[in-house]
Design a protein around this ligand. Structure first.
Ligand SMILES: [Zn+2]
Length: 223
């Protein structure tokens, strides 16, 4: 079986408490075996239960930390930002718009449609989304193609522990909709594969990948 993130064949099946995973020896991505994927129906109903109310102070602070750490240092206000996998309330897109970004959002269940693919974006955020992707390599490649030169892909996903023992007892893997887990090595390998630079890699859960700026535009200063 090939790694769903990097395509390597250097994977080994492992099982924890009856749940099967495919562990990539090259990039460290830990993929939930497909036979354990939830149905689309149970996936959607679980997403509806996700507590992501921006009026709730703890959750709002969690989102604001992400904006301040993973977006503000890399993207000017007014830039276009896509909240990919926005969930039922698009809370993050709302906060981004409130802070002066031109925010859009997409979600396969709650805000479907292909409009996001027909334009390019200065920033694309995957806030607690990367771990839900069924085909991460394909999705990330599609997203990278929609980035403007100099644009950023900002990701929040909890990085997986290194050891089998720590992974086995890790709370994050117990969410039935979490289909794959990344380590810092997975993220840097992903950046290389997409032709993006690594602008930020910060434990426990933040990464920012940046598309190279167009050389001619950089010289003339007109982006
Ligand atoms: Zn891999």
């Amino acid at each position: 079986m090939l790694c769903r993130l990097c395509g390597s064949a250097a994977t080994s099946p492992r099982s924890f408490g009856g749940t099967g995973y495919l562990w990539c020896g090259d990039c460290g991505y830990i993929a939930l075996a497909c036979r354990f994927f939830p149905s689309r129906e149970s996936e959607e109903s679980r997403y509806r239960l996700h507590r992501n109310d921006p009026a709730e102070p703890g959750y709002r602070a969690f989102l604001e930390t992400f904006i301040e750490r993973a977006l503000e240092p890399f993207l000017e206000r007014g830039a276009s930002v896509l909240d990919f996998g926005s969930g039922p309330t698009a809370a993050l897109a709302g906060l981004l718009a409130g802070r002066g970004w031109a925010a859009g959002f997409y979600d396969p269940y709650f805000a479907p449609g292909g409009a996001w693919r027909r334009r390019s974006w200065d920033g694309i955020v995957l806030h607690e989304v990367a771990e839900h992707l069924r085909q991460p390599a394909r999705t990330f490649a599609a997203l990278a193609r929609r980035l403007e030169p100099g644009g950023v892909l900002a990701i929040r996903t909890r990085f997986a522990p290194d050891s089998r023992e720590a992974f086995e007892s890790w709370w994050y893997r117990r969410d039935s909709t979490h289909l794959g887990f990344y380590g810092p090595r997975s993220i840097s390998g992903l950046a290389d594969a997409l032709g993006l630079g690594l602008a930020l890699l910060e434990s426990p859960d933040l990464a920012v990948l940046r598309k190279p700026a167009r050389l001619s535009a950089a010289r003339s200063g007109t982006r």
